[in-house]
Design a binder for this molecule. Sequence first.
Ligand SMILES: NC(=O)c1ccc[n+]([C@@H]2O[C@H](COP(=O)([O-])OP(=O)(O)OC[C@H]3O[C@@H](n4cnc5c(N)ncnc54)[C@H](O)[C@@H]3O)[C@@H](O)[C@H]2O)c1
Length: 150
Amino acid sequence: MPLTRYEYTGPIDHTVVPDRTVCRGQSVIITGGANGIGESCVRQYVEAGAFVTFGDMHDRGYEIQKELNEANGKEVCAFVKVDIRDWEQQKVMFETAKTKSPHNSVDVVIANAGISRSSGDSLWNLDGQYCPCLIWHESVGLDVPWGLAC
Ligand SMILES: NC(=O)c1ccc[n+]([C@@H]2O[C@H](COP(=O)([O-])OP(=O)(O)OC[C@H]3O[C@@H](n4cnc5c(N)ncnc54)[C@H](O)[C@@H]3O)[C@@H](O)[C@H]2O)c1
């Protein structure tokens, strides 16, 4: 489904409630969808009628997939166990979205997987313990290449 070309029309009016009906039938990929912000996005997009393919390294994704598909009485999401640093694993995730979504498409990608405080990899407590370059590499190595790939 082609998207309308983006044009800047000024600041977003945050008092306007988003129209969630535009999500119906859309194919959405979310990385890091087994926990936290990503999981919340998975649940919200499914509730709005999108087909969601979500990737994560964590097995909890299988539980979320089962729960949401059973609750909706049909396949509304697909979990793919993936380390997003691996190109071939990413391809499987994109192919899954294309194969299983209603229009065999990928309409929205949310590159959310990353390292945060809740993952136990607190960047704030590491000063002096490890080389800052390694920390930078791990965090940026996740977010930047993936964002560029999208
Ligand atoms: N929570 C915050 O306050 C905050 C603030 C700024 C930015 N962020 C960013 O938002 C994103 C989500 O944060 P969160 O708090 O929900 O984190 P979270 O730790 O709750 O969830 C992140 C998920 O990403 C997954 N993940 C990590 N590395 C992965 C990889 N290589 N391949 C696949 N999955 C991987 C984890 O398994 C986890 O399920 C992160 O990118 C984080 O850096 C969060």
